[in-house]
Design a protein around this ligand. Sequence first.
Ligand code: F1P
Length: 359
Amino acid sequence: MRKKVRAAREARNLAPIPARHTLSEIFSQPAAWRETSRQLEQQGTLEQLSKLFFPRSPWLFIACGSSYYLSQVVATLWTRQLQAACSAVPASEFLFAPGETLRRTGAQRVVLVSRSGETTEVLRAARLLEADCSIVTLGVTCNAESPLEKLCARTLKLTWANEKSTVMTRSFTSALDRLPEKVEPWLEANAGKIQDFGGKRRFADFIFLGQGAHYWMAQEAALKITEMSSSYAQAYHTLEFRHGPRAIASRDTLITFLLSEAAAEEETLLVSEMKELGAATFVVANHATKTLERASDLLIELRLDEPEFARLAPLAIPAQLLGAAVGLRKGLDPDTPKNLSRVVTLRRDGDNPAKRRGA
Ligand code: F1P
């Protein structure tokens, strides 16, 4: 009997701890941001790149998955903050219409973003652009050695932000400096509330709403929930929700509002409307109001005095934690998400199923 007990205990110790990598990477984001700021400062990277890439020339970002949503957030911010003509497209969209995409965007600078630096569609786009000498390309990756680096004029490598997980978290948010010391206590104070809420309440599906750059954060949030918990999740521009999608509002649908400064008043009205419809509501705002407190099943405040664009990285964290909690409650392991691989590599002869590398 003693042997059996020992064997069972050893087996339990050897069993992988579900979501171990994913959760440790989620909580390591402030440290990853701190390291990013230190490395870029120390290496003088931004000064070097500014000589090659002037903000005024039209920019185009090309990426897939979370890297695509990150690119859309950056394109929105650069257009607003740098008055640069900046846009982002999924690599597959570029591949099927390269000339049209370049004509429409007028892009002379193209940034190819890929955590792995190995995603086939991104590499195919880089090869197409390599042949066009009027375009200067910048690769952005977390991989120390990647095929992407060989195809781009320059490459920015954030190797310290790389992840073991399939699902991207810190590699998505690593781009800031003053926030780490504020977000670490915020994580301590709020992570448990989000994990409890996601671990206890059962929802049939999830909606994420955001305006402006927050819309792309809502898209990334929906992708996190889908990847980590194999749940149905959709993202809309917040005020578009009234124009049809609100038909699905019910207590079984969790509607998450990523509140923006510009549209806060209108967005708050919608939160109250959805509450009156009986929907479950999760609000992430920089500062709470009495109305929001009354209309939210869960209300998380960032309480950061940084400008809104600098708050977007921590804004990614609630959905990462919610996705991991819902996935664990459903008996899944976000470290090995269903049907997913860390890198999507395709084979040229289209009829073969996409070859998926590694977990
Ligand atoms: C892009 C990506 C990830 C997704 C999954 C499959 O990877 O779509 O966003 O979570 O890992 O690959 P990359 O091009 O950024 O390496």
